[in-house]
Design a protein around this ligand. Structure first.
Ligand code: GLU
Length: 494
């Protein structure tokens, strides 16, 4: 049995698409479930598309995700280099083998001629295809052109007739008509390989056993397989992951919202949430129907145990933001307060600046605030806006906010004054949610008055918000002095 080796082979575009993370994850899960290795290979031969710093940021975001590679550019391994741009010699050596075998040919066509040909094909509504002018050049002409240093590319000779039959582990046999296959370029005029060539050579040399990639690569499959045949190599298994669509059934695009994993990270999605969410995009555990229906929560380690190829679906996976929020909320609730403090602090930067010199912001204070919001937030970035009133002395709201139902301002004033008296009587030692709550509620009950007529104005006075945690929680965190001060300010507004 050949060893199990899978690879994630991204091209560095400047950000990692969420679909790329799903591909990396499925590669990881299959590799680990089968006891194999996962390799990171950077496909950076398209220098026109190169973005500065892209490789570093790609590795950085993959590290953040928690997906661990066994070999790769920063880790090393026996099959490197793992950056295609450093493997030029390897490709040159291998293309020479195909030249010798007559499987490929030099094409000296000038770009202007090819452009013109494409335009004509477009007008005639024909698919863009090389017209094979150079396919049968004589050795003499080729030699002369090379001697004259004429610019050239190297193209693969596609079969002229018949069918190319390939296999996908999920879909079975797929047939492609030879007439639809272009004599694709394998080596560009600058000597660099194309994706098509480098990808196959590297998969072979890196002893890849399973190629797991998005469905959009199916059209490449016959070309890949023909290259393996030309070399006389055995091809790996191919698994194409289902498309990812938005809820409306369209393609996920950068314009329609975030698709970059980096954007999800900055919005405050946790890596374990994105992993859990991506794991469900096109995969369903055949014997865990119940668990999936219940909560759809799977850790990376759990996924490794149960992830098998045959449970991957071929129908499109729908990207459901609400589900992602639900999963992220779940993982936020699982965090310890100290853990959350570390993660949340960067999102509180503005609030902390706001408080400088006015409110004493200790980690203990922030933890109390986080404890109040941990149950409700869906992503970490929500915390700043939600908790601003804990970090400022100047809460700004209109006095109408103090009105519960239609109660008159006169009554609001009386009720708030009563609350101040109750609060003033609570000692610092007893200043906690339960004590404050008992003191206020028992007063209102004895007075036999509507709860809302006290609690709403009190909460509005403390927060300046329509929605917030309950007034006892807020008062407990704000402390006695600030709480009383805010209620007095509310009275002054009236
Ligand atoms: N470099 C290709 C990409 O960017 C890899 C495709 C494949 O996995 O074969 O997705």
């Amino acid at each position: 049995m050949p060893k199990i080796r899978l690879r994630f082979a991204p091209s560095p575009t400047g950000y990692l698409h969420i679909g790329g993370l799903r591909t990396a994850l499925f590669n990881y899960l299959i590799a680990k479930n089968l006891g194999g290795k996962l390799i990171l290979r950077i496909e950076d031969t398209d220098q026109k598309r190169e973005v500065k710093g892209a490789v570093k940021s790609l590795i950085d975001i993959l590290n953040w995700s928690g997906i661990k590679f066994d070999e790769g550019p920063e880790i090393g391994g026996d099959f490197g280099p793992y950056l295609q741009s450093q493997r030029k010699n390897i490709y040159s050596k291998h293309i020479q083998q195909l030249i010798n075998k007559g499987k490929v040919y030099y094409c000296f066509c000038a770009p202007e001629r090819l452009d013109k040909m494409r335009q004509e094909q477009q007008i005639k509504k024909l698919p863009p295809r090389y017209d094979r002018t150079c396919r049968d050049l004589s050795d003499k002409i080729i030699k002369q052109n090379l001697k004259d240093k004429k610019s050239f590319v190297i193209r693969q000779k596609m079969p002229l007739a018949g069918e190319v039959i390939v296999n996908d582990e999920l879909r079975g046999q797929i047939k492609f008509k030879a007439e639809n296959l272009d004599d694709q370029v394998l080596i560009k005029s600058n000597g660099m390989p194309t994706y098509q060539f480098a990808n196959v050579v590297d998969d072979y040399l890196m002893k890849i056993s399973h190629v797991v990639r998005g469905e959009e690569w199916i059209p490449s499959l016959p070309k890949n397989i023909l290259l393996y045949k030309d070399f006389g190599w055995t091809a790996p298994k191919y698994i194409h992951l289902p498309l990812m669509l938005n809820k409306g059934g369209g393609k996920l695009s950068k314009r329609q919202g975030d698709v970059a994993v980096e954007d999800f990270r900055s919005a405050g999605y946790l890596p374990e949430s994105l992993i859990n969410f991506c794991g469900l995009l096109g995969w369903r555990f055949s014997s865990a129907e119940k668990k999936i229906e219940e909560n759809e929560i799977f850790s990376l380690a759990e996924l490794v145990k149960i992830f098998i190829i045959k449970d991957i679906s071929v129908s499109p996976a729908i990207f459901d933001n609400d589900k992602l929020d639900y999963i992220n909320g779940y993982y936020i609730r699982q965090k310890s307060l100290d853990g959350l403090l570390k993660l949340i602090k960067p999102y509180l930067k503005n609030n902390i600046n706001l408080a400088k010199g006015k409110i004493n912001i200790s980690d203990e204070y922030i933890k109390k605030i986080i404890r109040l919001e941990q149950k409700r937030i869906k992503k970490l970035s929500e915390i700043g806006e939600l908790t601003e009133f804990f970090f400022t002395n100047a809460i700004d709201y209109s006095k109408d906010l103090l009105i519960w139902k239609k109660m008159p301002f006169g009554q609001i004033k009386i009720n708030l004054e009563k609350i101040i008296i109750i609060l003033e009587n609570i000692t610092d030692k007893n200043w906690n949610n339960n004590f404050i709550k008992n003191a206020i509620i028992s007063y209102i009950e004895v007075a036999n008055q509507p709860l809302g007529e006290y609690l709403w104005p009190m909460r509005a006075a403390l927060t300046g918000r329509k929605a917030s945690p309950d007034p006892f929680d807020v008062a407990a965190v704000l402390g006695k002095n600030i709480s009383i001060k805010r209620i007095k300010e509310a009275i002054d507004k009236i």
